[in-house]
Design a protein around this ligand. Structure first.
Ligand code: ADP
Ligand code: MG
Length: 248
């Protein structure tokens, strides 16, 4: 079993420069290879929390530790190798002249040979059904296509921890299914925020609810998403697949 890919968050506070207190004392431990869903209303702090995991944002106080590295400016290179992140806004993520260049950028940077890199890129593009996009400039793609390319750039590096911020937003049914299949096959630590609770049920084993920058529930996903009162309190709706069907 892989012993890498742990996340330890202690008393994490984060405020934006305008004074918005987005995280107000997050404590959370995620073990190697766990698959964790992160849910909560708009503005609860999901994206802010995820951006603190790879040092896109740095704590105001408290700590985030990835395996034995505390997330600080000094450790950023190490942290970015360990934590691959697909941002909510994929425009921030794709910057090369072609899809192929974007997907191969990471592996080449990690020192993989051009041959190995090409093989990795080919396999991932095949899996995500984006081979025909490889020569296109990313900025000219549709929202859903961009998201798939962004997912490919992270998968290509095979980091110990994969973080996805609302990965199924603007994906059609076929691509959503495709992304579910891929995520079900990820063996590394997985942390996914989404409002698509049915998707989370298929991909994650554990679920954390955050509200106003704090963890308010944490447990086995079917328990959390089956708890109507708890969900209502945090503006969520019980997924249909967890509602018992009566056939008379
Ligand atoms: N760049 C920013 N500047 C100021 N406040 C922000 C910024 N980004 C997010 N916020 C605020 O921080 C809080 C948490 O936002 P966010 O982490 O994006 O929530 P979520 O992803 O759960 O919808 C919200 O109150 C939001 O308005
Ligand atoms: Mg968000």
């Amino acid at each position: 079993m892989n012993k890498y890919g742990s996340i330890i968050i202690k008393d994490l506070f984060y405020s934006y420069p305008d004074g918005t207190q987005a995280l107000q004392g997050i404590n959370l431990i995620i073990h190697p290879q766990e698959s964790v869903a992160l849910i909560g209303a708009n503005g609860a702090g999901k994206s802010t929390l995820l951006m603190n995991l790879n040092g896109t944002l740095l704590p105001h106080s408290g700590t985030v530790q990835i395996d034995n590295h505390v997330v600080t400016k000094k450790e950023l290179t190490e942290i970015r190798k360990k934590v691959g992140m697909v941002f909510q806004n994929t425009d921030d993520q794709l910057f090369m002249p072609s899809v192929f260049d974007d997907i191969t950028f990471g592996p080449l940077n990690l020192g993989y040979s051009p041959e190995k890199t090409k093989q990795i890129a080919f396999d991932i593009m095949t899996e995500l059904e984006i081979l025909e996009l490889q020569k296109r400039p990313p900025y000219k793609l549709s929202g859903g296509e961009k998201r798939k390319v962004a997912i490919a750039t992270i998968l290509a590096m095979s980091p110990d921890i994969l973080v996805f911020d609302e990965p199924t937003s603007n994906l059609d049914i076929k691509n959503r299914r495709n992304v579910i299949n891929i995520m079900q096959n990820i063996n590394q630590t997985l942390l996914v925020s989404s409002h698509d609770l049915e998707f989370l049920l298929e991909v994650c084993q554990r679920c954390v609810i955050i509200d106003q920058g704090k963890v308010v529930a944490d447990g086995e996903i079917r328990k959390i998403l089956g708890d109507e009162e708890l969900l209502q309190a945090y503006h969520q709706e019980k997924p249909h697949s967890l509602i018992p069907h009566h056939h008379d």
